[in-house]
Ligand binder design. Sequence first.
Ligand SMILES: C[S@@+](CC[C@H](N)C(=O)[O-])C[C@H]1O[C@@H](n2cnc3c(N)ncnc32)[C@H](O)[C@@H]1O
Length: 258
Amino acid sequence: MIHAPAKKSLGQNFLQDMNIARKIVDALEPGHKDRVLEIGPGKGVLTALLADRAGLVLGVEKDYFLTFALDRCPGLQAVNMDALQLDWSRLDRWPGLKIIGNLPYNIAQTLLWDMAAGCRSFDRAVVMVQKEVAQRITAGPGGKEYGALSIWLQSFTTPRVLFNVSPGVFRPRPSVDSSVLELRPLPADKIFFVPRDLARVVKTMFQNRRKQLGRILKTYWNDRRKIALEQCGLDPRARPEQLSPEDFQGLSKCLFSE
Ligand SMILES: C[S@@+](CC[C@H](N)C(=O)[O-])C[C@H]1O[C@@H](n2cnc3c(N)ncnc32)[C@H](O)[C@@H]1O
């Protein structure tokens, strides 16, 4: 067992409940030939279970002290690095890669944004995030949780909440509930848009979420407004939160393709 005080700046809330750790690892279904990337292994509660069941576990941990201690775990290669610096495009050299992690809450949204765009690199991800973030990621059009994060994640993956986790099973205890989320990459032929263009449209639209689509297009892309509305068959009076991920993908193509 690794003894170290928790660092708040690194979002260190260590899972204490082995039943929940087992449930998370079971959800990933690691096989003996699988390679698993663990984000933030911490004191190794998931890692120990993974090491028995997966072919190889690579842990990316920002805390130098924990990385050093983890490196002695059999079956684990621990790397001391910031997971936000991962180059997802290079990970596709590991076919069938699976991803797991009780994500540090302060970087979860940014990390998942990057991870989704790199979804060709992995087969499946099972991650724990704040419950509120999981609700936003899985939300459908129309609700208050629906926004840029929902559209982005749903454009690359099928996200699904597997189960919720209460604060009492962590030390130190976080102030919020958590959810375990599964992300399955969509087939390549469903990702027909240019990610950079989609990101631009989604971010601009949700910075103006109370405005109507026609007005937003007039402000930012007036020269393409008419053609985009016609080609995509969208109502100019609709508000961003009423459009589906497919509407946004179509819009990004109409606005930026020649
Ligand atoms: C919520 S804890 C989970 C720890 C462990 N997996 C568990 O379930 O008990 C998050 C872990 O991510 C690490 N971490 C924080 N920021 C990180 C980053 N940017 N890159 C990699 N690891 C990070 C923390 O040091 C910590 O070990």
